[in-house]
Design a protein around this ligand. Sequence first.
Ligand code: ZN
Ligand code: ZN
Length: 353
Amino acid sequence: MTRLERLRKLMEEQGVPAMMVMKPENRTYVSGFDGTAGIALVTETEALLLVDFRYTEQATQQAPQFQVIQTSPQPYETLVQVVRERQIGRIGFEADYLPYGQVQKLAEALRPVELLPVESVDRIRWIKDQEEQARIARAVEIADSAFAHILQYLRPGVTEQEIAIELEYFMRRQGASKPAFDTIVASGPRSALPHGRASEKVLERGDLVTLDFGAVYRGYCSDCTRTIVLGKATEEQRKIYTIVLEAQERALEALRPGVKGKDVDGVARSCIAEKGYGEHFGHGLGHSVGLAIHETPTLSTRDENVLEPGMVLTVEPGIYLPGWGGVRIEDLAVVTEDGCRVLTKAPKTLLEL
Ligand code: ZN
Ligand code: ZN
């Protein structure tokens, strides 16, 4: 199925004859156009891309399957005109993306056309095709080589920010267009912060250092976490690390088509709980990755979605002990016909630097 066909199938299921796609990832996915503004208006027979003056040329090049229409500077004027000309009576919009105020403005401008909320349009992006998988795999390779590169910089006296900058600079040198998110470098007690963005803190001997980083390659993200120790690991550091690694590897074994996201989460969660650290693993096990860094479906206690081949998800359990530190290990994997293929190749044995 082509991407447009996927969207049209969803429209049919939802009973909407036309659909406005405005969420950047969805707009890029269906059209190929990756500018920051515009509306993809898809009907049963037409695919239109409404963009302003800044983007007409880019849209024409990137979205050959779409008819590009340049909009007037007046917001929604061209949209209203296009909808009237085609006598469209009902239009779907992305219910979990558009802010309430914007929906109201659109409804007013388009009246009497009916606006219909469509949930989870993101579903059309759940299964990654070969080209998408190849781009994600390359983004993973870039992150893997960045991890190997950064090991020589990890030593007492440098700041978390210096590490983050070197990681990001290296990834860009390897062909990444940008980091996939704000790089996390959390050392010592800060490693107990699951999302501890790199700070001015200086790395110290004995610190656990959690690095969570990713690259964007041709629009697609990667996501990797590794935790290392500066110097010789204490018994407790090694113990916590071993528990997290075992939970992570068991979850990867459980990642396969036909199981629910919450079941894979449960494998890692019970593994950590059995060892007495259940309350210190307070986030979901993983999320899908693609054009966006955090996509659905997820691996979490409440996700009932059944996994299918071609989905790309992270597996990232962690244990966080306030005041002491934390450990998280994260790989990216593709669900295959009979299990999963782990894309991340960065070493997972506890590194003592
Ligand atoms: Zn991550
Ligand atoms: Zn992640």
